[in-house]
Design a protein around this ligand. Structure first.
Ligand code: PLP
Length: 383
């Protein structure tokens, strides 16, 4: 029996989301822009989901735009703002531990003449608000900070950085893809103008995301088209996937406290046992507030990729951190930005639990790990 411990890459479809998806497909909902009964039923499903997704951020439903992924929501926000920055504000400030979707969009903006400044975190991977604030000035048009890091789970001081952005008149973008559904969020209290979400990180289907755009902010659409989604994102809405996103958002939000408490206890159990088993174990981000479900480990001398493969063969799905980097065998840019060495950045392994994780799976993982690590160490030594 396999144990799936890679919820930060994708969290399996929640039963509520699966039911909503099946129901939407069976009802043969029409194009949400059509005026006939089938189309109106499609529109109702999309609008119900919009309300459910908006509740994740405590914002009005009308400020949510559905997209095709978290990555698309991020690119829409960053490139959409950058395309309209006045000459005196063509500078953007981002944290160095952002997801590659944010860093790549910022680099694309740089290619069109925007100055991009990446700010390093402290050794725990947390951004010091003062370090961000020092770089934010009247020439800054956009500030980007994630709510929680996908590799370490470290929670960022979004509200404090939002205050610095507001003081300089910069737009403020927050990537909440990993935080949504895991901790309670309030986009307005954080001072965010733009927030990105992704369905599949909280138990919804893959291939659907959302962008919160605060009322009054005008963005250049990344995908122009037929005027869907308030002219912010062209393309026929993926009605069934959006309905399932809404159901997943509702299920995750209604259980945030209970799920976080349960996952925190499971992680504490893992940390205690792993510390006893491996005295040289590294826990990245240990000194910072973290998402309850995320544990980023480093076993000295054990390449993360080799350990992930060996664990996969033993029946456990974990990852080296950013799923987008896996396959390319890149050292983690997050661990590097935290001051980690190349070896540390290559040995990081992420265990991420979620709604489907059981105590029995965690125990099985802890029982199996010592032999798997020993095997990888032996193979390494024999090279
Ligand atoms: N932002 C963060 C923090 C993520 O973890 C991810 C996915 O790994 C994304 C953005 C991209 O989301 P999507 O997979 O929906 O494109």
């Amino acid at each position: 029996m396999r144990a799936y411990l890679d919820h930060n890459a994708t969290s399996p479809l929640r039963p509520e989301a699966a039911a909503a998806l099946h129901a939407a497909l069976e009802q043969r909902l029409g194009n949400a822009s059509s005026i006939h009964a089938e189309g109106r039923a499609g529109r109702r499903a999309v609008e119900e989901a919009r309300g459910q997704v908006a509740a994740l951020l405590a914002v009005p439903a009308g400020e949510i735009t559905f997209t095709g992924s978290g990555t698309e929501a991020i690119a829409t926000a960053i490139l959409g703002v950058c395309a309209r920055l006045p000459a005196e504000k063509r500078r953007i400030v981002v944290s160095a531990v952002e997801h590659s979707a944010v860093l790549a969009a910022a680099r694309q903006a740089a290619a069109s003449g925007i100055e991009v400044e990446e700010v390093a975190p402290d050794p725990n991977g947390r951004m010091a608000p003062s370090a961000m604030a020092r770089r934010i000035g009247l020439d800054t048009g956009l500030v980007a900070l994630q709510w929680a890091n996908n590799e370490t789970g470290v929670l960022q001081p979004v509200r404090e950085v939002g205050q610095a952005a507001a003081a300089s008149g910069a737009a403020y973008f927050v990537d909440a893809v990993q935080a949504a559904g895991k901790v309670a969020l309030d986009a307005r209290a954080a001072g965010a103008h733009l927030v990105a979400l992704s369905a599949h990180k909280l138990g919804g289907p893959q291939g659907v995301g959302a962008l919160y755009v605060r009322e009054g902010l005008v963005l250049q659409p990344l995908i122009p088209g037929g005027g869907q989604e308030g002219r912010r994102r062209g393309g026929t809405e993926a009605v069934a996937a959006i309905a399932a996103f809404g159901a997943a958002a509702e299920a995750a939000r209604s259980r945030i406290a209970a799920e976080a408490g349960r996952l925190m206890r499971l992680r504490a159990r893992m940390e205690t046992r792993l510390r006893a088993l491996f005295p040289d174990l590294r826990i990245h981000g240990e000194g910072a507030p973290r998402l309850a479900n995320t544990l980023n480990l480093g076993f000295p001398g054990v390449p993360g990729e080799s350990l992930v493969i060996a664990l996969d063969l033993a029946g456990f799905a974990v990852s080296t951190g950013s799923a987008c980097a896996s396959g390319a065998v890149l050292p983690s840019h997050v661990i590097r930005a935290m001051g980690g060495t190349e070896e540390e950045a290559r040995s990081a392994v992420r265990i991420s639990s979620g709604w489907s994780t059981t105590e029995e799976e965690v125990e099985r993982f802890l029982d199996a790990l010592p032999a798997v690590v020993a095997r990888v160490r032996e193979t390494q030594a024999a090279r």
